[in-house]
Ligand binder design. Structure first.
Ligand SMILES: Cc1cc2nc3c(=O)[nH]c(=O)nc-3n(C[C@H](O)[C@H](O)[C@H](O)COP(=O)(O)OP(=O)(O)OC[C@H]3O[C@@H](n4cnc5c(N)ncnc54)[C@H](O)[C@@H]3O)c2cc1C
Length: 320
């Protein structure tokens, strides 16, 4: 990208924020405008959350390569490392996902500590929190001690602030449609308050709303629409606040990606402020082996009805 160019970035989630920061750090732009519909961080962004899993265990070598590089930054960059917690990631998965992940580490020549451990061992470790978990007959699970979770919202805010400190401008406003010149080149966007922002390059980082913005821009122009290039899915996150005893117990418990049919779900239980997060679509049952089980029925996801119960409430829905 040419220096002295202007950029409009629509959407200040992870992708928009990191793009803004990279541009002001490396591209000598004349102007970078980062646009989102609310002041940052926007609570509707998928990137906004108490935590997100950080891992490079992915079978796709292209994706793994990017993640291997970014893991280094999570561990040591002054910007990201304050928000990263390397608890490790445990994966119970009957598919070949983890075997292919190992193949990709090998193919890329990446040294990894990721490996299989027996279910028996998983039940014994971490003070036995998985002792009575239903592993549905699996004999081994995938364990990578070099992954973990990040305080997502705080990291997102830090990235946006860094971009602003280096010269990006943040505007709280929604784009209602993209603007094009007579040659069909995108020249900016119209905003909800009726104003227009024009830029040499317009970067769409609107997450799950990208399809909507393309449609709104020109409902009749199908070639512009996302069509089947984008698929919307839903997930529910819910949170439990631990008492002091459980907080201590779960402090070093790894992120648990459970891909088993009956208990499909993910948990990050060692959060700051004593909060644990559990999330997934579909039937969700997590049993940590101390007679404390959380269940969420699929019908409730669909209706988005809050679930009652002492430790159980649906706090946010996400769209990916
Ligand atoms: C429940 C859930 C759990 C997840 N867990 C993980 C995890 O543990 N680890 C992981 O790596 N990934 C996880 N993901 C995926 C990850 O969160 C997303 O891939 C990532 O946050 C997407 O970032 P983004 O910037 O593309 O989109 P978003 O973060 O959604 O940001 C898009 C932004 O665009 C803004 N926007 C939309 N339309 C407009 C408009 N017209 N004008 C202006 N602004 C607009 C939105 O307000 C939003 O702030 C999870 C996702 C969900 C939903």
């Amino acid at each position: 990208m040419a220096s002295n160019s202007s950029f409009l970035i629509i959407g200040a989630g992870n992708f928009g924020a990191a793009t803004a920061l990279s541009l002001v750090q490396h591209a000598s732009p004349s102007k970078v405008t980062l646009l989102d519909s609310t002041p940052f961080p926007n609570p509707r962004a998928a990137s906004h959350d108490i935590n997100k899993i950080i891992r490079d265990d992915y079978p796709d070598p292209t994706y793994m390569k990017i993640m291997v590089e970014s893991m280094g930054r999570w561990r040591s960059s002054p910007l990201y490392s304050p928000f990263y917690h390397e608890t490790g990631v445990l994966r119970a998965d009957p598919s070949d996902f983890s075997a292919r992940t190992l193949q990709s580490y090998k193919a890329l020549g990446v040294n990894t500590d990721a490996d299989w451990i027996s279910v028996e061992e998983a039940r014994k470790r971490w003070e036995g929190v998985f002792a009575s978990a239903d592993f549905e007959g699996l004999e081994k699970v995938f364990w990578n001690p070099r992954g973990g979770w990040a305080e997502a919202e705080k990291a997102l805010v830090a990235v946006i602030k860094s971009a602003i400190d280096l010269g990006a401008e943040y505007q709280a406003n929604a784009a209602t449609k993209l603007l094009f010149d007579a040659d069909g080149k995108c020249i900016g966007a119209q905003l909800q308050d009726g104003r227009e922002i024009r830029a040499d390059s317009t970067i769409l980082a609107a997450g799950a709303a990208t399809s909507l913005l393309l449609y709104q821009t020109s409902p009749s122009n199908k070639s512009l629409h996302a069509g089947n290039r984008s698929v919307a899915t839903g997930a529910v996150s819910f949170f439990a606040r631990w008492d002091d005893e459980r907080r201590k117990k779960f402090k070093d418990v790894p992120v648990f990606k459970n891909c088993l049919s009956g208990t499909k779900g993910t948990s990050a239980t060692s959060c700051i402020d004593g909060f644990a997060k559990l999330w997934k679509r579909g039937k969700h049952v997590l049993d940590f082996g101390w007679n404390y089980q959380i269940q969420l029925r699929h019908e409730l996801y669909q209706s988005q009805t809050p679930v009652s119960g002492e430790h159980n409430n649906v706090c946010s829905t996400g769209r990916t």
